[in-house]
Design a protein around this ligand. Structure first.
Ligand code: ADP
Ligand code: ASP
Ligand code: MG
Length: 411
């Protein structure tokens, strides 16, 4: 029998009524002849609440205990969905990550899946049961402790399970009916895409589109799992197909730019009046790398005095204070005049595989932003995307400007 993985996010399982609705979507696929594994998130808001409890108990919490607490949201919804399915006469049982088991690294709070043994799930399918799997959770084999996969990690559980059981497809059900050209909450004129390439989806997710966790797209790409994003709010008897994430060859009409993403998770640091000598970049970025701080955008410019240099770069907002402290501690070796920083910045990115074969795509954006009076603080480009760092106050204006500029607005 063909197999299918269906994943339902937090808003799709927000209460018992919504869980009953999910059961009807599952029933449709069972009736269509699939062996179904369902992956569920915690009820919306639940994980945030659990994280807050942990931080309240001790801001310097133990990370393994953090996982023990935050993984519990998914235990509740997996059990409830199995109950709802059985009420509708469908054989089902819940599975926690450790029961399958889903083995992960020991990086508590952001563990990576190492291995999934599908044999116990296969036993369940042989008994005619729907497998209702708690997303987001795994287990570290050596310590035997529970782990979680990072925020939004149920997407990754779903794709990894699809690969492990040889599912025909992985359907990610959420509160929007597909992947849009940008976040539809910010740009009402955003358009749903029929198809998007794995590569573009990977960039969109990494650059801020939180509709899929980045790691889930990586896994879908590596294991070639056809993955869709679709709405759980569609009536179960008339569910639409949503957006298919697939290979470039499967896309007939290709745009130059397919999507715009934005992320407020970055902060800017500028070191002024650095002595411009060999080794300066190594002296700055070496200690940050040693502290596991990811530096993203980097620009070096001549200082106002024409004799020294300024270095501007971005780090994740969560690491901002730590990065500043590290640089302050190195001030004797690095010898900078001043250190400045900003957290009220946003990184706006445009993504499209068509950029590979078209010149001047980014230049057009710089001009359009300048015309709106938006100052660009830093720029990065790569083969299929470019990003600009601007003041956060201009987020909506900049996203909308680029969205129209590249012809993505809905008619
Ligand atoms: P779930 O709880 O189902 O995992 P998420 O909140 O994680 O759902 O992801 C869905 C949300 O992602 C949507 O409500 C939407 O606001 C946001 N989003 C951001 N960028 C995009 C995009 N390009 N296309 C679709 N949704 C997007
Ligand atoms: N419940 C977890 C979170 O909110 C995992 C998920 O929903 O994907 O991050
Ligand atoms: Mg999500």
């Amino acid at each position: 029998m063909p197999r299918l993985v269906m994943k339902f996010g937090g808003t799709s399982v927000a209460n018992v009524d919504r869980i009953r609705n999910v059961a009807r979507h599952v029933a449709r696929e069972v009736a269509a002849g699939y062996e179904v594994a369902v992956v569920v998130s915690a009820m919306s808001g639940k994980t945030n609440e659990l994280v807050a409890f942990v931080k309240d108990a001790n801001p310097l919490y133990d990370e393994a205990e953090y996982d023990a607490v935050v993984a519990s949201g998914e235990q509740v919804t997996s059990g409830l969905l199995a109950i709802a399915l059985r009420k509708d006469g469908i054989k089902a049982r819940s599975w926690q990550g450790w029961q399958i088991p889903i083995l992960t690294s020991d990086a508590h709070g952001s563990a990576r899946i190492a291995e999934i043994d599908g044999s116990r799930l296969n036993g369940g399918f042989a008994r005619g049961e729907v497998a209702v799997i708690a997303g987001f959770q795994g287990m570290h084999a050596e310590s035997g402790r529970l782990t979680t996969l990072g925020r939004g990690g149920s997407d990754t559980s779903a794709v990894a399970i699809a690969a492990a059981i040889g599912a025909e497809r992985c359907d990610i059900y959420t509160d929007v009916d597909g992947v849009y050209t940008t976040d539809p909450r910010v740009v009402p004129k955003a358009q749903r895409m029929e198809r998007v390439t794995f590569e573009e989806m990977l960039e969109m997710a990494s650059l801020g589109a939180k509709v899929l966790q980045v790691r889930s797209v990586e896994l879908a790409m590596v294991h070639r799992v056809p993955t869709t994003v679709r709405s759980s709010f569609d009536p179960p008897d008339a569910a639409r197909p949503g957006t298919l994430i697939c290979d470039e060859d499967d896309i007939v009409e290709q745009q130059i730019i397919t999507g715009i993403a934005f992320s407020k998770d970055e902060a800017q640091i500028t070191l002024r009046n650095l002595k411009d000598s060999p080794g300066i970049a190594a002296a700055i970025f070496g200690p940050l790398a040693d502290a596991n701080i990811n530096v993203d955008m980097i620009i070096q410019t001549v200082s106002g005095d024409q004799a020294t240099t300024d270095m501007t770069f971005t780090v994740p907002t969560a690491d901002y204070e730590r990065a500043r402290a590290i640089l302050d501690a190195q001030s004797a070796t690095i010898a900078f005049g001043q250190i400045e920083g900003a957290t009220d910045v946003v990184k706006i990115s445009a993504i499209g595989v068509g950029m590979r074969s078209h010149a001047g795509v980014a230049a057009k954006a710089f001009r359009a932003l300048a015309q709106k009076g938006i100052n660009i603080r830093a720029i990065t480009t790569s083969e299929i995307k470019f990003s600009v760092l601007i003041d956060a106050a201009y987020t909506e204006l900049a996203v909308r400007t680029l969205h129209s500029l590249y012809g993505l607005d809905q008619a």
